[in-house]
Design a protein around this ligand. Structure first.
Ligand code: C2E
Ligand code: MN
Ligand code: MN
Length: 403
């Protein structure tokens, strides 16, 4: 299948113009052998490349490019499919933007079009190319250090001490995972995650129950979440709990129950954040809105969990404004390498900034993911890079240190 792939990257420090010319010559031969067209733009610091050809050829060429240390911070911008070749014949051409007029580069690319009819100004690939030439997106080309520049050191002082942990008897129903601000080295919140007796996920606990039984268990389990958190000592931090949106709607007096249990454990409502998954809200938005008003009137905050994973996200923000949103781990995974994911994160941040909603990135596993998100302006993170959920205790956080 005919594939068009676009990426951009940063040139490595030790690459000279001479190496660049040799590189283009070699790439031209390799591309030709794969029947791939390559158009490479260079602005003195960044590369932008278009590859077009049979899917297998484009993938093979791109894999080699990804492994090449003459550049770094590769971001895949687009991968699209078309009925016919649009960008000329196999080989490789370099345009050094410092030596060409903007217009002449675009014209040269248009002139190479194999079919003028198909290569219109509305073509996405051509628009990407034009945006790079115009440098209008340059502010979003974030420099991310390679992972080996960082070391994640577990905070020994934060390790749970046997003596000061007085656990409730029996099965530890909840595991705790910190939400952290690595720049200020602060644990800003702790999330309580339900565990089945065998350590499995919350969903196992609900398996086989009727919907009503599920909602009741979901709500009543929170008595233990508060008791465990209080005995572990969460001090000035907020405590995040997960609830099915319908738990708040279908269990009569749900909010009053939460308030009673918060008070019984010497916590305050302002310390508690309820996390709900956006997708589960859709079917009964109106009833849910009513429950949210009750929560907010009692001083409890609301977070939308797994934001961006479902279809309710943006519409939901027009109906209820949460205090926080947590960007789904599927969007976070390899965000430093994906143009679409970067565009989505930046759009979510812009939207949340306009609405003064705090943003957390969840499921962060790689140093590069964290670094890209930090440069993009996110301050709160959750994920195994910093701390995995710990059954019955608040785990120590691994903080990043520059080597
Ligand atoms: P969630 O609140 O979005 O939690 C994220 C899940 O990802 C958690 O699984 C967590 O252990 C896991 N996780 C944390 N860091 C990472 C990471 O860096 N990488 C990856 N791949 N995964 C990570 P868990 O604890 O099994 O929870 C799954 C879901 O179950 C939760 O998603 C939450 O929506 C739900 N849940 C947890 N506790 C409760 C509860 O008390 N009530 C209800 N209704 N749902 C709950
Ligand atoms: Mn959650
Ligand atoms: Mn989540």
């Amino acid at each position: 299948m005919l594939t068009t792939l676009l990426y951009r990257s940063h040139i490595s420090d030790d690459v000279t113009i001479k190496t660049l010319e040799a590189m283009v010559k070699k790439a031209s031969e390799r591309n030709a052998s794969y029947d791939v067209t390559g158009i490479l733009l260079f602005n003195g610091r960044h590369f932008f490349q278009l590859l077009e050809g049979p899917e297998a050829g484009v993938s093979a060429v791109y894999d080699r490019i990804c492994a090449d240390n003459k550049h770094h911070n590769l971001v895949e911008l687009m991968r699209d499919y078309a009925p016919a070749r649009r960008f000329g014949n196999a080989g490789m051409e370099l345009f050094d933007l410092r030596e060409h007029e903007e217009f002449s580069v675009l014209q040269a690319v248009l002139n190479r079009g194999t079919s003028k009819y198909q290569l219109t100004y509305a073509d996405r690939a051509l628009q990407f190319l034009r945006t790079f030439v115009d440098a209008t997106e340059k502010k979003n080309y974030f420099e991310v250090l390679p992972a080996e520049h960082w070391e994640f050191l577990v905070d020994e002082l934060m390790k749970p001490q046997a003596s000061d942990v007085a656990l409730p008897e029996g099965h530890q129903l909840f595991a705790f995972q910190p939400i952290v601000d690595p720049m200020s080295r602060e644990m800003v919140s702790v999330e309580a995650k339900m565990r089945a007796p065998d350590g499995g996920p919350a969903q196992d606990h609900f398996a086989g129950l009727t919907p009503q039984e599920t909602y009741e268990l979901d709500l009543h389990s929170k008595a233990q979440a508060f008791a465990q958190a209080a005995s572990l000592g969460i001090e000035g931090r907020t405590l995040s709990i997960n609830l099915l949106p319908m738990t708040l709607v279908e269990v009569p007096g749900a909010v009053d129950y939460l308030l009673r249990e918060i008070q019984a454990n010497n916590l305050v409502p302002e310390q508690v954040v309820v996390e709900v998954t956006e997708n589960d809200v859709i079917p009964r938005t109106e009833a849910f809105e009513q429950a949210v008003r009750q929560l907010k009137a009692a001083g409890i905050s609301l977070a939308i969990d797994n934001f961006g994973a479902g279809s309710a996200g943006l519409l939901l923000l027009t109906r209820v404004q949460p205090d926080r949103i947590k960007i789904d781990h599927n969007i976070i995974r390899d965000v430093h390498k994906s143009g679409p994911k970067q565009a989505i994160v930046l759009a979510i941040m812009k939207c949340c900034s306009a609405l003064e909603i705090a943003v957390t990135a969840e499921g962060v596993e790689k140093p590069e993911e964290w670094m890209w998100l930090e440069v993009a302006g996110i301050s709160w993170f959750q994920g195994s890079l910093f701390a995995r959920p710990a059954p019955g205790s608040i785990p120590a956080v691994a903080w990043p240190e520059l080597r």
